[in-house]
Design a protein around this ligand. Sequence first.
Ligand SMILES: Nc1ncnc2c1ncn2[C@@H]1O[C@H](COP(=O)(O)OP(=O)(O)O)[C@@H](O)[C@H]1O
Ligand SMILES: O=P(O)(O)O[C@H]1O[C@H](CO)[C@@H](O[C@H]2O[C@H](CO)[C@@H](O)[C@H](O)[C@H]2O)[C@H](O)[C@H]1O
Length: 466
Amino acid sequence: MPEAVIRTVPSPPGLLASLDPLLRQWLPRQRWFAGKGRPVTGFSLVAATELLPAGSRLGLHHVLVRTQQQSAPAPGAPEEPGDCYQLLIGTREALPPRLAPALIGHLTEGPDAGRTAYDALYDTRPAEVLLEALRTGARIGGLRFERDPEQEIPAGLEPRLLTAEQSNSSVVYGDTFILKLLRRVVPGVNPDLELPLALAREGCPRVPAPAGWLAADLDDRTWVLGVLQPYVRDAADGWELALREPAGGDDFTAEARALGRATAEVHTALARALPTVTLGQGAVRRLADGMAERLAQAARAVPLLGPYAPALSTAFTALADLAAEGRTWTAQRIHGDLHLGQCLRSPGGEWSLIDFEGEPAKPLAERRLPQPPVRDVAGMLRSFDYAEHSADAPVPGWAAACRAAYCAGYAEAGGHDPRTDPVLLRAYETDKAVYEVLYEARHRPDWLPVPLAAVRRLSAPEPEPA
Ligand SMILES: Nc1ncnc2c1ncn2[C@@H]1O[C@H](COP(=O)(O)OP(=O)(O)O)[C@@H](O)[C@H]1O
Ligand SMILES: O=P(O)(O)O[C@H]1O[C@H](CO)[C@@H](O[C@H]2O[C@H](CO)[C@@H](O)[C@H](O)[C@H]2O)[C@H](O)[C@H]1O
């Protein structure tokens, strides 16, 4: 069993200077690096804490660095401060072969000269150090390891780094807990901790309750750096399950209905736990204007969208018109980025929702605003559409059946049936499809036909009632 770590000294002053040239190469190659395409020209140190003493067989530093980046890819573009990243830097005299994928580079100067720096989350001992610090509620330099005293965290759980494509990095401990270390970090309350904590207080079982978390207090602001949650063992995510169904011909509608119920339960608990507001004419106009602006930007970036833009924008004007007639909507805290990949089904058939970070590219303050819950519903409806298009043997009508079942389940569990609010639903679905066009054009051009098909559907005039 690892001993509790605990050195409260800051990392040595020369650390960043020696890491700088290595990080310039290494950081932009990481999946979770958010500033791709703009060359990194340097770093400034936000905080560094020594977790295991340099000079020992294994040195370990917790580091927050801010990048300095060019504002555009073009050579000579002006530099500006970029994002702040959380790194766990290990140093060893030599890296064993199992740690080869974690290599950052060889340090040639500073206090660790001659040693090899690597991403320590790949390594057992540093991951154990983090869990032990959480377990014991340690304070190390400016780092605060907090824990929920109600949950038992056993000592000595064996860590393994998740290798899934992620925006952050997660370590699973003995298939019992999962620690998500946020990579791009910002000061302020992070919904990925705030919302699961609020749901746990409400006794909502649909979201794994935080058992611990890591925070830093810097310049009078709190930075949430990581969250430890119970691990849903042998879970399958909704995307994997949905893709099995259209190909295999099994009926996914029962699962879609259960997912609708789970979403409504989470929304109901969030509405109880945190403030709700009424959106009147002015707020809805701003909402609709924001959607229209995102459409205009996306159409500039993806010319294929252009011909559909005028028809799509009618979804947003219809929303503003309804508000102008006096219709209001309730807004509350929501998931903010809900899709099938964010839903986990346990072997017992229970659904959990994860990853309440919201859309990471948006500012924290915006992500924490109350929003109509239909926004999450629209995200899920788009996801069923994606699943039908992505199946090896698509079954026409599969998504429509799942969408109906999801809405019915949502209504059954106390949510308003989203189909009774078609104008708001169409506006949010359109907004999401537009976002997806931009996302796919940038990240996965082969997938572009999926949201474009939705764009065609959403821009077609509604059929006349029979
Ligand atoms: N509580 C959990 N139990 C089981 N697996 C989980 C849990 N939380 C996350 N995961 C797994 O970890 C992956 C990444 O988690 P997520 O919160 O989506 O991270 P990110 O924000 O980095 O994308 C998920 O797709 C899921 O497979
Ligand atoms: O993974 P994130 O939560 O950061 O979300 C981004 O990537 C998603 C893809 O991984 C993307 O989701 C889109 O594709 C999914 C299938 O891969 C589909 O289920 C979603 O409905 C669809 O939006 C998401 O938009 C993007 O923000």
